[in-house]
Write a protein that binds this ligand. Structure first.
Ligand code: MF3
Ligand code: CO
Ligand code: CO
Length: 484
């Protein structure tokens, strides 16, 4: 990263007052607060007088640093601050809260109905919670990540002291798991994604962890919530969850020991309607009605009752005559959407099958073939823009873990490596597009996308899912856990 020379020059002056010609050795250092905010190493002045007299000169450094950060392209090109005109107070009238942000008024959306709403003001954290370096950077840039990317592409090996310490990596991952479960359990039709953000933010405070997304490259909220055609990086806003939505919640936390743990899950919003009928399976087989509308459900129910009546007219024995009336059975009529469920289950299987390959000696690039095969079997496509990543002291670091086949990722798994796998699976095209908020990634055809993510550790014999629930060390599909 091009800020390095400036940073080094400033660091070398650290013991001396930064005002040219002053030359005093700084005893009680007064660090320039703007440098600290931008993420530059602190510049010291011997006192207020020197700081003030040198201010005009010194502030030029801030300008250059900011320009360099803005000009930065490459991998971080999509990481830009959201534009203005997107925020309002929670008590604003609904037509304001649910109005389109300025950028969206002239934007061509790919999907049929999902639109952004306004966003609540930035949430704050008590000062005792340890903050990652980007938390107070004007551009949300992480200097530690950028230095790492410029100087090092080796994959770090974590030892048991870093993993098992009181506030080690395992602890960060366990906290992330708790927070995701709380957020997932709060999902209901009518709940806003902003409310999910508040719940995540408060659950983090209760656990003394920082919600890693907050201000990461200026991401404005404490969690990512990605609904329907949103692939990832959805910004929580005042839109309410609707019946039939699929919702991904992506939680990352940063603990007191300085470690991140990252995981996500996709939830299906289905309201079940229950109708009762009075027959036994063997008298007239009850029909399980899977229909999108309640009118369709009632129609199917009437057909069913008619069948029962015919059975009564034709029944041959006294026993079956009795059962036509005397017993009750419940069958459910739900708003069940087969495509949506297939998509969510496929995304889960993609992650499970990839994790089954994690062990020393596996090439990082080979995970993509398994994920691709699993997705294609169900007629789904794999996103190519966003990848899994090394994680630990840094939010995103080596290795890069693509989810698509025929990728050229570098690296071979070794015990002690910690990384995420987080395949994003689409019902239609693999291609994506970014909304005018500079964050939200959506499918190019507006069809839905689903994702699951875990942070894992390579062990001597295989893989340990650090973000798993204690009760489920291996991935097993349980529909009830992902339905609301
Ligand atoms: N949690 C995401 C991941 O899995 C990253 C979110 S970055 C944010 O890598 F800034 F959007 F929060
Ligand atoms: Co994540
Ligand atoms: Co991740």
């Amino acid at each position: 990263m091009t800020l390095e020379p400036i940073a080094r020059a400033i660091a070398s002056m650290a013991r001396e007052c930064a005002t040219p010609g002053c030359g005093k050795v700084v005893e009680k250092p007064l660090a320039c607060p703007t440098c600290v905010k931008i993420g530059l190493p602190p510049t010291y002045f011997c006192g207020q007088t020197c700081f003030k007299s040198n201010w005009k000169n010194h502030k030029g450094i801030h300008k250059i640093a900011r320009q360099l950060i803005d000009a930065q392209g490459g991998d971080d090109a999509h990481r830009k601050a959201p534009p203005d005109g997107v925020t309002c107070e929670p008590d604003a009238p609904p037509e304001v809260r649910l109005g389109l942000p300025t950028w969206a008024k002239s934007y061509t959306f790919t999907g049929p109905t999902l639109r952004p709403a306004l966003v609540s003001p930035k949430r704050i954290l008590p000062s005792h919670i340890r903050r990652p370096d980007y938390a107070d950077h004007v551009a949300g840039a992480s200097m530690t990540e950028q230095r790492d990317r410029a100087t090092n592409n080796a994959i770090r090996v974590y030892g048991s002291d870093e993993l098992d310490g009181d506030y080690g990596l395992r602890h960060a991952c366990a906290m992330g798991r708790e927070v995701l479960d709380i957020a997932g359990n709060a999902l209901r039709v009518g709940v806003t994604t902003d409310e999910i953000d508040r719940i995540v933010h408060e659950a983090c405070i209760e656990r003394d962890v920082y919600p890693s997304p907050l201000n990461y490259y200026n991401f404005p909220k404490s969690v990512c919530t990605s609904v329907n055609e949103v692939i990832c990086h959805g910004i929580p806003d005042y839109r309410e969850i609707e019946d039939g939505d699929i919702v991904n919640i992506d939680v990352t936390v940063f603990n007191k020991g300085g470690y991140h743990g990252d995981l996500n899950g996709t939830f299906v919003e289905i309201t079940y309607h229950f109708l009762h009928c009075s027959c036994k399976r063997w008298a007239v087989p009850p029909i399980l009605v899977l229909d999108k509308s309640i009118a369709g459900a009632w129609l199917a129910y009437l057909v069913h009752e008619l069948g029962r009546f015919v059975s009564f007219l034709t029944c041959r024995s006294f026993l079956s005559f009795l059962f036509c009336f005397c017993s009750a059975e419940t069958f459910c009529v739900g708003k069940v959407d087969e495509d949506g469920q297939l998509l969510v289950k496929t995304a889960f299987d993609c992650l499970a099958n990839a994790l089954a390959m994690v062990k020393p000696g596996t090439l990082y690039r080979d995970l993509g073939s398994t994920i691709h095969r699993t997705a294609v079997k169900s007629g789904c496509a794999v996103n190519r823009t966003y990848c899994g990543h090394g994680i630990g002291s840094l939010f995103h670091t080596a290795p890069n873990v693509p989810h698509y086949h025929k990728n050229k990722a570098k690296g071979i798994m070794k015990p002690g490596h910690v990384f995420t796998v987080e395949p994003m699976i689409n019902l239609g095209t693999f291609q994506d597009k970014t909304w005018g908020d500079n964050w939200t990634a959506v499918t190019a055809d507006g069809k839905r996308s689903a994702q699951f993510e875990h942070t894992v550790l390579v062990t001597a014999t295989g893989c340990e899912i650090l973000t798993a629930r204690d009760s489920e060390p291996v991935m097993e599909w349980k529909q009830e856990l992902n339905h609301r």
